[in-house]
Structure formats: C-alpha cells, structure tokens
Design a protein. Structure first.
Length: 149
C-alpha cells in the first residue's frame, strides 16, 4: 500500500499538478469601466472578492459588465395552497468588451431547492444563507472561467 501511495505521489508531483485555488492572485483584472446592473450587493461582492479594478486613465483596457439577479420561486404547494418547497436561483451575466465589441460573454447560474419551514424567521435566515452559498459557488465558477481565458 505504501509503494502505491509513493508512486502515486511521485506521478502527481512529476506531471506538474497544481491545485486550482493555490494561487488566488488572478491575472491583473483592471478595466476601463465597470458597469453593474441588477442586485447591487451581489455585484459588489463579486467585484471585491475577485478584485476587479477600474482604471479610467488607460482607455486601452477592456470594459466589464455585470448583470446579476436572485430569484426565490415557489415550486410546490399542498392542497390548502400553502407553499411546501422553494427554489433559489442566482444568475450572473458577465461580459467583457472593448469599444462596443464583446470579447467574452458568459452566463453563470446556480440553483438550490429546499422545503418550507414552519417559522418564517428561520425560513428567511435559511434563504439568506442559501443566497450566500450560491454566490460563493458562482464566484468560484467565474474565477475558474477567467483563469482559463
């Protein structure tokens, strides 16, 4: 068993394996203009987490457009008409353009389904937690996408 583990370890090290999140210092993401639409809190968290910066001095830089929205949908009701389950969906449209020509355009979407809770306060807290988790997943997807580009 030890021999297999050592051989596997040597193979992984020798092939240039590197964890994706080892270096969170992404490329220099400076943009001439950053436009945001939709949910301000979501857009602000994306910009701050990834480290997008606006530089209005250098007009050779690309423009960034973020359009985000968060929806809570009722997915099932019982015979009395009371909601039994919900689905939360977060969608982020990312566009990078240069002088009105779109260079990169990608839509990121994450969703989660869950049952209703008896206590309204607990439900709202749970929905806020789900929103944060979906946003974190979306940010990870954006980071992966931009690192590949």
């Amino acid at each position: 068993m030890k021999k297999i583990l050592i051989i596997l370890l040597l193979f992984i090290v020798g092939c240039g394996y590197q964890p994706i999140y080892l270096n969170k210092n992404l490329k220099n993401f400076e943009f001439y203009k950053i436009e945001t639409k939709g949910e301000k809190k979501i857009n602000r968290q994306i910009i701050n987490t990834i480290g997008f910066k606006e530089n209005a001095i250098d007009d050779d830089l690309n423009n960034l457009s973020l359009n985000s929205y968060f929806i809570v949908e009722e997915t099932a009701k019982n015979s009395k008409g009371q909601v039994q389950s919900y689905r939360s969906v977060i969608t982020i449209d990312l566009k990078i353009s240069k002088k009105e020509k779109i260079i990169i355009s990608k839509k990121f979407s994450e969703e989660f389904s869950y049952n209703n809770k008896e206590n309204r306060f607990e439900l709202i807290e749970y929905q806020n937690e789900i929103k944060e988790n979906l946003l974190d997943k979306s940010i990870e997807e954006i980071i992966l996408f931009l690192n590949i580009q």
